[in-house]
Design a protein around this ligand. Structure first.
Ligand SMILES: *Cc1c(COP(=O)(O)O)cnc(C)c1O
Length: 440
């Protein structure tokens, strides 16, 4: 008997507690069991397919079952799957560290490894505070983040995350950071530009640092796009102003590029579009091509040197069992190879231009506001007060072979970079059809 969707669905609901889900909602909205993937498409057990318009939670860059990444992993499996990274090292982790450092122009020459994005955030927070401690300023133990920021959901990372639905239930457990206004370009008043909004937000940051810099270790930001709170886009000027303020007030700047890194916004790292350098850079999601859990926190010589000492306790003693996993590093190397061999940043520019053209007519739709784009992210907000809108559009998308996952009223496309012209056209056309049905 071949496996069917229905059978797997029932077994999954029995045994698997799914993430970011009120499980009871699956009484009305079925799970989608996936049998295999190829390129931008996911295939279920009953012969249906879905265009992965959200890159499987923003991780997949070059399609499912990519032949080049598969081949690299098969080769690595025959050599070394994993070895502990304390006291040992291996080629994939060395090569990956060297290549990532080179991509920062050598500014961030030291790579610390973990397995998921939230851990990369926590490592940056811990390193920043420990740096100040080692530098004789232990009172610098607070963090600043932007309104609507998302930096992960472990208890430390939630402290700098400002998304109520993820945070409210755990408020009592958190070491809460300080929140300053977001430079969200949608907040521009008539006659104001996105850069004006950035200027206002930066002056609020300045007021905060004027008073609290002596107890502040770092500012953490998602450069250019605050993804999880609804693809909030802002002007690069904010990053330049924030960098200058962090320098002036002796506060670290942490760039959380877990979602916006790896070419997503049009440059390999999003912060490069502002011409600045952060003190810490967090990477995860796309860095392994969407294959294996891997995260990296990169930092500067200055930070590294503050830990380099005869005393063990001045060292950074953080660890995870799978730190620097060889298979995950090899997947990342294969991903970087594709960036180089296919000139992906340049090709994405053309792809983003095509998407812009296809989406432009949406701006004239009276139900749609704030159509916006940064590289390979397109988003718009839908005027509706239906609290069930996101779920309804998700379901209507599935019926039209689309995997869409709106955030509240924000619909977005964040497809794998290998999406074809025809697939882009299909995505936009069918999204409109789904919207027509949901908003009827
Ligand atoms: C997804 C995400 C994280 C958390 O990564 P996980 O691997 O889900 O823990 C942190 N920051 C940003 C900006 C993210 O998008």
């Amino acid at each position: 008997m071949p496996i069917t969707n229905t059978e797997l669905l029932a077994r999954s609901l029995n045994a698997v507690w799914h993430p970011c889900t009120q499980m009871k909602q699956h009484e009305s909205l079925p799970l989608v069991p996936i049998a295999r993937g190829k390129g931008c498409w996911l295939h279920d057990f009953d012969g249906r397919r879905y265009l992965d318009a959200v890159s499987s939670w923003w991780v997949n860059l070059f399609g499912h079952c990519n032949p080049r990444i598969n081949a690299a992993l098969i080769d690595q499996l025959g050599r070394l799957e994993h070895v502990m990274l304390a006291g040992f090292t291996h080629s994939p982790v060395i090569e990956l560290s060297e290549r990532l450092s080179a991509l920062t122009g050598g500014a961030l020459g030291h790579c610390f490894y973990a397995s998921d994005g939230a851990s990369a955030t926590e490592i940056a927070l811990k390193m920043s505070h420990h740096f100040w401690r080692n530098s004789g300023r232990p009172q610098k133990d607070r963090f600043v983040s932007l309104a609507g920021s998302y930096h992960g959901e472990t208890i430390g990372a939630l402290g700098v995350t400002d998304v109520a639905i993820f945070r409210d239930a755990y408020q009592a457990l958190l070491h809460a950071g300080q929140i300053v206004p977001s430079p969200d370009a949608r907040r521009a008043l008539p006659g104001q530009s996105a850069a004006d909004v950035a200027l206002d937000a930066a002056s609020a940051l300045e007021q905060h640092l004027e008073r609290h810099a002596d107890v502040t270790a770092a500012l953490i930001v998602e450069p250019l796009v605050q993804c999880a709170s609804g693809m909030v886009m802002y002007d690069p000027e904010y990053l330049r102003l924030a960098r200058a303020l962090c320098d002036r007030y002796d506060v670290h700047l942490i760039a959380d590029e877990i979602a916006v890194g790896c070419g997503r916004t049009g440059s390999f790292f999003a912060h490069q579009q502002a011409g600045i350098r952060p003190d810490f850079l967090c990477l995860s999601k796309g860095i392994s091509g969407g294959y294996l859990p891997l995260s990296i926190t990169l930092t500067t010589d200055a930070v590294y040197r503050a830990f380099y000492d005869d005393s063990v306790r001045r060292g950074f003693l953080h660890s995870h069992s799978y730190t620097g996993n060889a298979l995950a590093c090899r997947a990342a190397l294969a991903t970087l190879d594709i960036f180089e061999q296919d000139d992906v940043i340049a090709r994405n520019r053309a792809r983003a231009g095509l998407l812009a053209g296809l989406c432009a007519p949406l701006a004239a739709d009276p139900r749609i506001v704030h159509l916006r784009q940064r590289g390979m992210i397109v988003a718009f907000d839908v005027l509706t007060d239906d609290p069930g809108f996101a779920r309804a559009l998700f379901a209507a998308g599935l019926e039209r072979e689309l995997l869409l996952r709106p955030i509240g009223n924000t619909v977005y496309f964040m497809p794998p970079y290998v999406i074809s012209d025809q697939e882009c056209a299909l995505l936009v056309t069918r999204t409109r059809e789904a919207l027509d049905v949901v908003l009827r």
